[in-house]
Write a protein that binds this ligand. Structure first.
Ligand SMILES: CC(C)(COP(=O)(O)OP(=O)(O)OC[C@H]1O[C@@H](n2cnc3c(N)ncnc32)[C@H](O)[C@@H]1OP(=O)(O)O)[C@@H](O)C(=O)NCCC(=O)NCCS
Length: 187
């Protein structure tokens, strides 16, 4: 029994990862669009994808937060992942909300829909005061999701988890989020 809850939004189920998500997850990770956005290495393998799935499940067990597998409710199809994330490095800003979708559904608003639900979970269930989102400056689609959710960008900086690139840490405070309540539905 996973400590990851299953949640629903208007069009999506946010559910724990399962072993059978491996092939659809690997397929999404190896699309040209996702490879380019996330700098997925050329030798990225099914084994590496399996490691990610295990880490997504494990973070829920070890920290009580993590990513959800996203399922399109109308079809039951796996369409990506979104949710909470945390790393051990001292310069990691805190609890992050992140998103990664199959390019076949980009432009549908699914990342914003799932992201809004994850933000609500981060504030209401985890009690976080500020949520973060770590985004490469050139990742305009991801920045647009953060902006739609009410995040504000900080200065570009180097983070030790990926030191060869500058990142922008976007922040969303609980008070700002509460003041904007209703602007983006969290499902
Ligand atoms: C980042 C990423 C998740 C954004 O996906 P996206 O489809 O652009 O974002 P959304 O799901 O919020 O969709 C927004 C778009 O859907 C449109 N849309 C359509 N119906 C909508 C609805 N009901 N609600 C909201 N938006 C809707 C919006 O107008 C917007 O369109 P635009 O792109 O023309 O401006 C996607 O590009 C991705 O997976 N990238 C690779 C992984 C990655 O980079 N992750 C982030 C790392 S920091």
């Amino acid at each position: 029994m996973s400590s990851c809850p299953t949640l629903t939004t208007e069009r999506l189920a946010l559910r724990p990862f399962r072993a059978e998500d491996l092939d659809p997850f690997f397929a999404v990770m190896t699309t040209d669009e996702v490879r380019a956005s996330l700098h997925v290495p050329d030798d990225y393998s099914r084994g590496a994808a399996w490691g990610s799935l295990a880490a997504f499940a494990g973070l829920w067990e070890l920290r009580g937060l993590g990513q959800w597998a996203l399922e399109e409710r109308a079809t039951g199809r796996f369409v990506g992942r979104a949710g909470l994330y945390w790393r051990v490095e001292d310069d990691w800003p805190g609890v992050e909300v992140g998103w990664m979708l199959d390019p076949a559904v980009w432009g549908s608003g699914y990342a914003t829909e799932a992201g809004a639900r994850a933000v609500r979970y981060g504030f209401e269930e985890l009690g976080e005061k500020t949520l973060h989102s770590v985004i490469l400056p050139e990742n305009a689609r991801s920045a647009a999701v953060a902006r739609r959710l009410g995040y504000r960008p900080g200065a570009e900086r180097t983070l030790s988890f990926f030191p060869s690139r500058l990142h922008v840490v976007w922040d969303l405070g609980r008070a700002e989020w509460e003041a904007a309540a209703g602007r983006v539905s969290g499902g």
